[in-house]
Design a protein. Sequence first.
Length: 359
Amino acid sequence: MKWINYGHNAFNEIILDIDQAQGSILIQMFIWRDDNIGNRLLSHVQKALDRGVKVTIQKDAFGSIFEKAEENKQSLFHKPHNKKLQFLTRIIDIGYHDKRKPKGYRQNQNQALERFIKHPNLTLKSTILKDHTKFYIIDDKILYIGGINVEDKEDGKDIQGRRYLDYMVRIEDSKEVAYFLDRFNQKTPYSALRPMDYIMNRNGVFNVQKDLTEIIEKAQKRILMHMAYFGAKPAMNALESALKHGIEVIIVTSRVSNLQTEYNLYWMNKLQKLGAKIYLFEGLVHAKALLVDDTLIVGSTNLNNSAYYQLGECSLVVRSHKDLNQAFLDNHHEVIQSSIQMNPIKYSKVKSFFEKLFS
């Protein structure tokens, strides 16, 4: 099992494994932009198709809201406009305005994509899934799982010049991949006793509410997290209770997020008053990683309402894995060097109120 920090490192390793794939590739993705890294990954999957590898891509159309509202505003797999999603796309675009973004929503033609989607070895599912999960399975023996979408800002910096903090874990074990697929297909229940398992929301069953919150509630000594978004009441109540019981809580989040900045800062202000140590990263924290005592959780799952009540999610849970925990801690010590501490943490009450509605 290998900890991978930052998208650039993750994409390099994923592409190496895709280039060696012999039988099958399964990719589940929320955002896959028509940009440099999006097309680079596409080209390597195309080569796998051409040499006979069976490829299944499950690309959530719901993610196209963000593809068409942010960065270069180019979606790879969702060029046609979806009337069901246009309103939300415009809300995100207008609500988080940036002069560096292109105007409008016109999608560029991509000839490589047109060849790609016609390949007989490809199975493409691109409906609205509302599934925030990101993973790759290669030859039924290698699993990559984490929070990294396929877009240039994960591969380096966003249009504002911010470095993205995000993680993936690489697992090479055919039995573990089979177990993951059983969990993902809801054939096997979550086990809090297993050394490694997966917290999931699947097909309208929102188990994150219970399983992730229980891990936080059972903390004995420390809760250390790198987290993008906050606001789900069960999670926030668990953190408040932990602080009141003397548990050390350390949080790294963005000083300026791409979504719900002020609502995040509202919660950071509240938790700081109870004793939490808050580090505001000068780049952008897109990670969803927690170390609770010796249990590490990493994946797609934020601590906001969307993750708890609305979206499909999946996060890896690993208990007492010294090497993985140490890799996360090493990364943490590096990250706080690029972070600031503010006391008190200030936020806009008006903006926070409205951001709460879309959290």
